[in-house]
Design a protein around this ligand. Structure first.
Ligand SMILES: [Zn+2]
Length: 154
């Protein structure tokens, strides 16, 4: 059991859900990949649930990845942006320097709800430089989106 980083890309403005706060819309992107009670029953019966769930719990930032999208290459948060609660976590996707985090997200979830995994499949044990660069390209490819880091338990 461990925690892994998942980044959700959330449009700054959403015509369909304009009334919902950014973090709520971020959670809506991640929750389809979170295990439900009905999954547990099916796991016990069949060894898998078939719904596509990947993690059993998700929280914005939390202890493990607090502020990770804001770090400079020395691992420091900007003095004018201390990250003390989840509302401080979102950062414009194009401003995130993924390599500065020294992390590889298990997935980046794009606004269409698709999860992009380094190595091509969920939980792949290795990935190429090219696949890492493609994760970076997702961040720069959605300049009107905020990146929101989730700590997901598996
Ligand atoms: Zn499931």
């Amino acid at each position: 059991m461990a925690y892994t980083l998942v980044i959700a890309l959330v449009p700054a403005d959403d015509d369909e859900l304009p009334e919902l706060p950014l973090l709520t819309r971020a959670r809506l992107l991640v929750y389809p990949y979170i295990r439900r009670h009905s999954c547990e029953e099916r796991f016990e019966a069949d060894g898998e649930c078939g719904c596509g769930c990947l993690w059993d719990d998700a929280g914005v930032g939390r202890d493990y990845y607090r502020g990770c999208l804001w770090l400079d290459r020395y691992g420091r948060l900007p003095v004018d942006h201390p990250v003390s609660d989840p509302e401080d976590e979102p950062r414009l996707a194009a401003a995130v320097n993924l390599r500065n985090t020294f992390l590889t997200p298990a997935a980046i979830i794009t606004p269409d709800g698709e999860a992009h995994h380094p190595g091509g499949t969920p939980g792949a044990h290795w990935y190429t430089h090219s696949e890492y660069a493609q994760l970076e390209d997702l961040l720069t490819g959605y300049p009107a989106c905020f990146a929101v880091p989730f700590s997901c338990h598996f």
